[in-house]
Design a protein around this ligand. Structure first.
Ligand SMILES: [Mg+2]
Length: 243
C-alpha cells in the first residue's frame, strides 16, 4: 500500500490555526515587549530560546481560565478535521511539529475533539503561586545543539521519526518552517514559506486550507505518484553524516 509510506508533519501556528497563537498568548499577558523580542529574534539578534525565556519573564501571572478564554477565540482551519479523517482512512501518520508551546496546542486541539494527534513542541511548565495564579517556564526537549534558530528542531523530528523508505510531507507557512521544508519530499506552502520556497527553488504545492492538501494528496495517491525529492534526500543524507 502506497499510503502506508507517507508521514505527514504539520506546523501549528498560522497553519492549523489562522493566527499565531503563541505570539497572541505572549502579547496578551506580556505586552509589547514580547513583540519586540520576537522582532529581535527574527532579525537573528537572539536565539529562539532566549526569546522564549524573555517573553515568559515579561508575562504577568495569569489564570488557566484566562488562558483558555484566549485560546477559545482562536480560529482553526475548518478543514483540519477533514485532513485528520483522510489520514486515518489512508493510514497516514500525522503529527504536529511546532516551535510554539505544547500547552496551547493541546488545549486547542482537545477542545475541538482532536485528542490523539501527536504533538512535538516546546514544553510549557505552568508554575502556580499560593493563589493558584500561573507563571510560565519554557523547556526545549527538541532543541538542536548545533543550531539555535528554533527552540524545537522540526528537521530533527522529521528525520528521527521517518523511515528511509517513507515519503515525508510537510505543511507550513512561516519562519520556523523554512528549514524543515528543505528536508521534506512534498511541501505544502503558503505565505512566507511560499516566498522562501520560490527563492530557494524548493518545489511546493500552494495551499490555502487543508482541503487543498487533502485534494492534492488524494490525486497523488490515485496516480501512485509519491516520490522522494532529490534535493531533500541529499540534505537528509548530509544531516545524517554530520551526526
Ligand atoms: Mg507557523
Amino acid at each position: 500500500m502506497e499510503a502506508k509510506r507517507v508521514k505527514l508533519y504539520v506546523d501549528f501556528d498560522g497553519t492549523v490555526t489562522r493566527r499565531d497563537v503563541g505570539n497572541e498568548f505572549f502579547r496578551h499577558f506580556g505586552g509589547e515587549l514580547c513583540d519586540r523580542l520576537v522582532g529581535e529574534y527574527r532579525a537573528e539578534k537572539m536565539s529562539a530560546r532566549e526569546c522564549f525565556r524573555g517573553e515568559a519573564a515579561a508575562m504577568r501571572k495569569f489564570s488557566l481560565d484566562e488562558a483558555r478564554a484566549l485560546f477559545a477565540q482562536q480560529d482553526v482551519d475548518e478543514t483540519f478535521g477533514a485532513l485528520v479523517t483522510f489520514c486515518r482512512e489512508n493510514l497516514i501518520d500525522i503529527c504536529i511539529v511546532s516551535d510554539g508551546l505544547d500547552f496551547y496546542i493541546s488545549e486547542i486541539l482537545s477542545a475541538r475533539g482532536f485528542n490523539d494527534i501527536r504533538v512535538f513542541a516546546n514544553k510549557a511548565e505552568l508554575l502556580p503561586d499560593a493563589n493558584g495564579l500561573l507563571s510560565l517556564s519554557v523547556h526545549f526537549p527538541y532543541s538542536e545543539a548545533e543550531c539555535d534558530r528554533c527552540g524545537c528542531c522540526k528537521r530533527n523530528i522529521m528525520l528521527t521519526h521517518s523511515g528511509e523508505e517513507e515519503i515525508i510531507v510537510f505543511v507550513g507557512e512561516g519562519y520556523s518552517d523554512r528549514c524543515p521544508a528543505e528536508y521534506a519530499d512534498i511541501v505544502f506552502a503558503k505565505d512566507a514559506l511560499q516566498t522562501y520556497c520560490q527563492e530557494q527553488n524548493i518545489s511546493y504545492f500552494l495551499y490555502t486550507s487543508f482541503a487543498d492538501v487533502v485534494s492534492r494528496l488524494t490525486s497523488l495517491m490515485e496516480a501512485r505518484n509519491f516520490h522522494k525529492r532529490r534535493n531533500a534526500e541529499l540534505k537528509r543524507r548530509e544531516a545524517f553524516l554530520a551526526e
